[in-house]
Design a protein around this ligand. Structure first.
Ligand code: NAD
Length: 495
């Protein structure tokens, strides 16, 4: 007997869950399925269609037809914006259901999905719908003897491949600007977490987005994902996930000469100077590193603490982390849910072992955790390690509730330690001296530098990475809409 709501049960029992292609709900051409499980119990939630290259091809053809014939691409921006606002209304109307699905599939606390992931996705559709109305699509160009202008037009079919940590939020961040610009999309959600993206397709249909404009192909990365990245019908690609797979997607797009946005992993640092409010900073960072069970690309996993405050900071942070309630995502008291899969739990536990073998100090013992009453979930206790910056846990992305503490003496040492990382997604500086915080923030090489806080997102502030954390423009910024509009010059010599 499960405890899912009636609506979620109804959605899950329509199994196997089909893909959404060309406005129709269809099975995979080869008839295959894969299971998605509840990471909090290890039990199967649903069987989902396992699409492959032929399904991707069908989806790209449907998206191309919709681009050319549905009228979406040529609809006045105002009218498209009305539809995208209707989609945002529907997301808000079904907030509870989507949050429950997201929590079940990813493992995250339902309350967190309801407070952040789902409403933030809805706001992203509103933001880009409004922005698209204000964006000038025709700019005059001053050229003597000519009437000339630059016209901005949608690219055509855009491909999206997403990871499993924030499936619904990332669909919003990713596809909202592409749709607002007038493109059509083919989405490949992560195989661990396809449910909320399928629900998104249902809402897109209900909102009145024409058939073929939004397509969702569920399936594995090496089959459906690779086929989407390499499909010659894709005119713009966006990939969010690991650097290893990002390289493969970038290579495939390079062969087709297709621009790609790559939003990849991170090893974010928090730099704490000795004038900081130690207890408050320790609590905030304990929250940041355990958010979504530590599976957050931009979170602070390297804590660089001024040597004068290190002991007090570590005591406070370890105590805050050890008191967090680990549990099933559906339980209202849960602060840390399970990690997404047994494979991910093994990865995190493996890093703890490797880090200790390389001499890391254990400041808070982490490891596998048991939560009774839910079967065999993939729970992990938060861990705090510390020591040399050369330790594997200080260098590599773990993607679990694990922080690594290092100390520094002065500003330049702190900057050097942060910039040793090959990643460049997000760092934060914590200090009462705003001038110093601003100065250091600009020296940290990354797409984002936050001050006296971590994981700060706002519509209108571009969020992206550099170096191993990605390239291609990022998301959430006003220029992200421009990324989905190609430029064309139109010139007429005056007689
Ligand atoms: P992943 O790279 O393993 O998978 C991401 C997606 O790629 C999945 O949909 C997967 O099916 C697909 N895929 C796998 N192999 C493929 C292939 N050969 N060709 C095409 N697609 C393929 O990443 P993950 O484990 O799902 O997610 C964790 C990673 O994502 C972490 O590195 C994290 O930091 C990163 N991430 C980055 C951001 C960001 O905004 N920068 C946001 C969230 C997650």
């Amino acid at each position: 007997m499960n405890t899912h709501s009636v609506e979620v049960n109804r959605f899950l029992t329509s199994q196997p869950l089909k893909m959404y292609i060309g406005g129709e709900w269809i099975s995979a051409a080869a008839g295959k399925t894969f299971d998605t499980v509840d990471p909090g119990s290890g039990k199967r939630l649903a069987a989902v269609a396992a699409g492959d290259a032929s399904d991707i091809d069908r989806a790209v053809q449907a998206a191309r037809k919709a681009f050319e014939k549905s009228g979406w691409a040529t609809l006045p921006a105002n009218d498209r914006a009305v539809i995208l606002h209707r989609l945002a209304d529907l997301i808000e109307k079904h907030l509870d259901l989507i949050s429950e699905l997201e929590s079940l599939d990813v493992g995250k606390p339902r309350a967190q999905a309801a407070a952040f992931d789902v409403p933030h996705a809805a706001k992203t559709f509103r933001y880009y719908a409004d922005l698209s109305v204000q964006t000038r699509r025709r700019e005059p160009i001053a050229v003597a003897g000519n009437e000339a202008r630059s016209v901005r037009l949608p690219y055509g079919v855009c491909g999206f491949i997403f990871p499993w940590n924030f499936p619904f939020l990332l669909v919003g961040w990713g596809v909202a600007p592409a749709l607002a610009a007038g493109n059509t999309v083919v989405i490949k959600p992560a195989e661990d977490t396809p449910l909320s993206t399928l629900y998104f397709a249902k809402l897109a249909e209900e909102a009145g987005i024409p058939p073929g404009v939004v397509n969702v192909v569920t399936g594995l990365g090496e089959t459906a994902g690779a086929a989407l990245a390499a499909h010659p019908g894709i005119k713009r690609m966006s990939f969010t996930g690991s650097p290893e797979v990002g390289r493969l997607v970038g290579e495939a797009c390079g062969r087709n000469l297709v621009p790609a946005k790559l939003e990849l992993g991170g090893k974010g640092a928090a730099v704490l100077f000795d004038d900081v409010a130690v207890d408050a900073a320790a609590e905030a960072l304990a929250g940041a590193v355990t958010l979504n069970a530590g599976q957050v690309c931009c979170t602070a996993t390297r804590w660089l603490v001024h040597e004068k405050i290190a002991d007090r900071f570590v005591d406070k942070a370890a105590s805050a982390m050890s008191q967090m309630r680990i549990g099933h995502g559906s339980h209202p008291d849960t602060q840390i849910g399970p990690v997404v899969s047994e494979k991910q739990r093994e990865r995190v536990l493996g890093y703890l072992k490797k880090g200790q073998a390389e001499g890391a100090k254990t400041l808070l013992i982490g490891g596998a955790a048991e939560v009774s009453g839910y079967g065999k979930g993939f729970y992990v206790k938060p861990a705090l390690l510390g020591g040399s910056p050369d330790n594997v846990c200080a260098r590599e992305e773990i993607f679990g509730p694990v922080a690594y503490v290092m100390t520094f003496r002065d500003e330049s040492e702190a900057v050097e330690l942060v910039n040793r990382s090959p990643y460049g997604l997000a760092n934060s500086v914590w200090s009462a001296d705003v001038e110093r915080a601003n100065r250091v923030a600009e020296q940290l090489v990354a797409g984002n530098s936050w001050i006296n806080g971590h994981n700060l997102f706002a519509h209108g502030v571009p969020y992206g990475g550099c170096n191993l954390s990605g390239c291609g423009g990022g998301v959430l910024g006003p220029d992200t809409l421009e990324d989905y509009l190609r430029k064309q010059s139109v010139v007429r010599p005056l007689a």
